[in-house]
Design a protein around this ligand. Structure first.
Ligand code: HPA
Length: 281
């Protein structure tokens, strides 16, 4: 059951861009691909050329790894991701995340679109994820453990790194960008939730609902990558408005929040470059 996909993909990447060691990885969710276009000295590799990388079937999720410098820091951007609902299973992003670790990344910045369960956190808002609730029918690390990446059992305490989040919050304040905080609940999708499910999720303690993020965060914590995650609210969750939800709406409002989020990532990456070299996970 164990495979060497992550090692093979890391080798492909090193061959495509020799002497490049990314320190941070960024997963760009719906509508956020524009950040990858801002990398300096960029090299793009299609997911289809990288062993173990999933080829997404969703419009708005391009499926390219873009390597380059962002605000002077070497980064690896995953432009697009794949989701549980596409049929790959909860381990959909595990190999890609492990590849980022093998390349030398120390942190994973996850972005995603999400529905808000709080009426005051409207479409277009940014929310720093503080913790998650996994309601996917599975987790990514079921099966034999690959000890090369991490231990069989591992803690999810501080999975969304509080110290990195502090830097993120300070970065947002410096840019006068409003940044909320909240708990993300992952649903399998691809259907949006029912109004009754949303009421249940609020009772469970969720502030956000989405169909991604949790598989990659669990995989990242297993292999010791530090995580920071921000959701762009694309809608109030089902039952909170008279409108039916749609993917078009997700893309439209993701674009609205994208400008602020891209500005925030620039500042955060600049600030973090120093902190990474002076701290431990
Ligand atoms: N539910 C689930 N996933 C989502 C939503 C939502 O309301 N909005 C964006 N992604």
């Amino acid at each position: 059951m164990l495979n060497d996909f992550a090692y093979t993909a890391a080798e492909t990447i090193r061959t495509a861009k020799p002497d490049f060691s990314p320190r941070a990885a960024i997963i760009l969710g719906s509508g956020l691909g524009a950040l990858a276009e801002q990398l300096e000295d960029a090299t793009s590799i299609s997911f289809s050329q990288l062993a173990g990388f999933p080829v997404s079937t969703v419009p708005g999720h391009a499926g390219e790894l873009v390597l380059g410098k962002l605000s002077g820091v070497a980064v690896a951007c995953l432009k697009g991701r794949a989701h549980f609902y596409e049929g790959y299973g909860a381990g959909v992003m595990t190999s890609a995340v492990r590849t980022l670790k093998l390349l030398g990344c120390e942190l994973l910045f996850v972005t995603c679109a999400a529905g808000s369960l709080r009426a005051e956190v409207e479409a277009g808002s940014l929310v720093a994820i503080t913790d998650h609730i996994n309601l996917l029918p599975g987790t990514p690390l079921i099966g034999p453990n690959d000890d090369r990446f991490g231990p069989r059992f591992f803690s999810m305490a501080n999975a969304y790194d509080a110290a990195l989040r502090d830097i993120l919050i300070a970065s947002a304040a410096a840019q006068r960008i409003k940044l909320h905080e909240g708990v993300y609940l992952a649903c399998p999708g691809p259907n949006f939730e029912t109004a009754a499910e949303i009421r249940m999720m609020r009772t469970l303690g969720a502030d956000l609902v989405g169909m991604s993020t949790v598989p990659e965060v669990i995989s990242a914590r297993h292999c010791g990558l530090r995580v920071v995650a921000v959701a762009v609210v694309t809608n109030l969750a089902e039952g909170m408005t008279p409108f039916a939800l749609s993917h078009e709406q997700t893309l439209k409002y993701a674009a609205l929040g994208a400008k602020d989020l891209i500005a925030l990532i620039h500042v955060f990456i600049r600030r973090i470059a120093q902190a990474l070299s002076t701290s431990t996970a």
